[in-house]
Design a protein. Structure first.
Length: 274
């Protein structure tokens, strides 16, 4: 269905993007795959960049990460935060290197580090944006992760949208109870300062609400036998019975491993980077 509205940078848009990211509603290649294979793919893509210092190889792995992000349909919010963080880190390190007498060799070394971080970060985005809380939790259980860790991941994903909604409600309530500043000052700095104060003070009621929600959730889960069911082999088998490895999963994993292996000889041949 064609979209009739345009996304704009607002609190509601950020909230919707968080929901899409947490619950993997954008689709994409990895969202159709078995979560166990997605985690295995992530381990391959996250470990490979740390096995080499060759800038050409890292550049190829970085491009593979770019392709993975495109196939995973990563949202603009997560992608924008990644670009801001990566570019800020690159510019900051480059400026610091020049201020302390760095040269071109320093820039090459910093480029190597940023390519590694970028490749790992894009693999993380592609993998975890494509896994909803239930799939990620079940994959961790299949890999024999502690039951509390699997539950914590799933619970954290589900609580994120609720916390955002509560924070927006508290923040808007704070704004209604505070009169606007009489004199904005140069460039409206008093208005910005008031907003910063409201943003910080709005966190305190959220902490109390979170503690209350956690207690209610724990009591409800224990009433239903969560601790016993999580450690019981029969319950674990029943919960993970739906997991199936398809030919698509094996094809994507095999193609990714082959591309990572080919990246080492291919990247070493790039002129000026090998």
């Amino acid at each position: 269905m064609a979209r009739k509205t345009h996304d704009v940078l607002s609190v509601d848009w950020i909230r919707l993007e968080l929901l899409r990211t947490a619950y993997s509603t954008r689709g994409g290649l990895f969202s159709r795959m078995d979560p166990r294979i997605v985690l295995a793919w992530y381990l391959v893509m996250a470990i490979a960049p740390w096995l080499t210092h060759d800038t050409g190889v890292l550049l190829v792995l970085f491009l593979i990460g770019v392709a993975a992000v495109i196939l995973a349909r990563v949202g603009p919010l997560v992608l924008g935060l990644f670009l801001i963080g990566l570019l800020g880190n690159v510019v900051g390190l480059f400026v610091a290197s020049f201020l302390f007498g760095g040269n071109l060799d320093t820039l090459v070394a910093l480029a190597e580090l940023n390519l590694k971080l970028g490749a790992v970060s894009m693999a993380s985005m592609a993998a975890f944006v494509s896994l909803d809380p239930e799939k990620l939790s079940d994959a961790l259980l299949w890999f024999r992760a502690p039951e509390l860790l699997a539950f914590g991941v799933s619970y954290g994903y589900r609580m994120l949208p609720i916390l955002v909604d509560e924070y927006v409600t508290v923040f808007e309530g704070q704004r209604l109870r505070h009169a606007p500043v009489e004199k904005p000052g140069p460039l409206g700095w008093r208005v910005a300062w008031q907003w910063c104060v409201l943003a910080v003070t709005a966190f305190y009621p959220i902490m109390l609400n979170t503690a209350k929600n956690v207690r209610t959730t724990v009591e409800a889960l224990e009433t239903r036998g969560f601790t016993y069911g999580a450690s019981n082999p029969a319950g674990r088998t029943l919960r993970l019975a739906y997991l199936r490895v398809s030919p698509l999963d094996l094809a994507v994993l095999a193609a990714s491993v082959a591309l990572v292996i080919l990246a080492f000889p291919l990247g070493a041949r790039i002129p000026g980077l090998g």
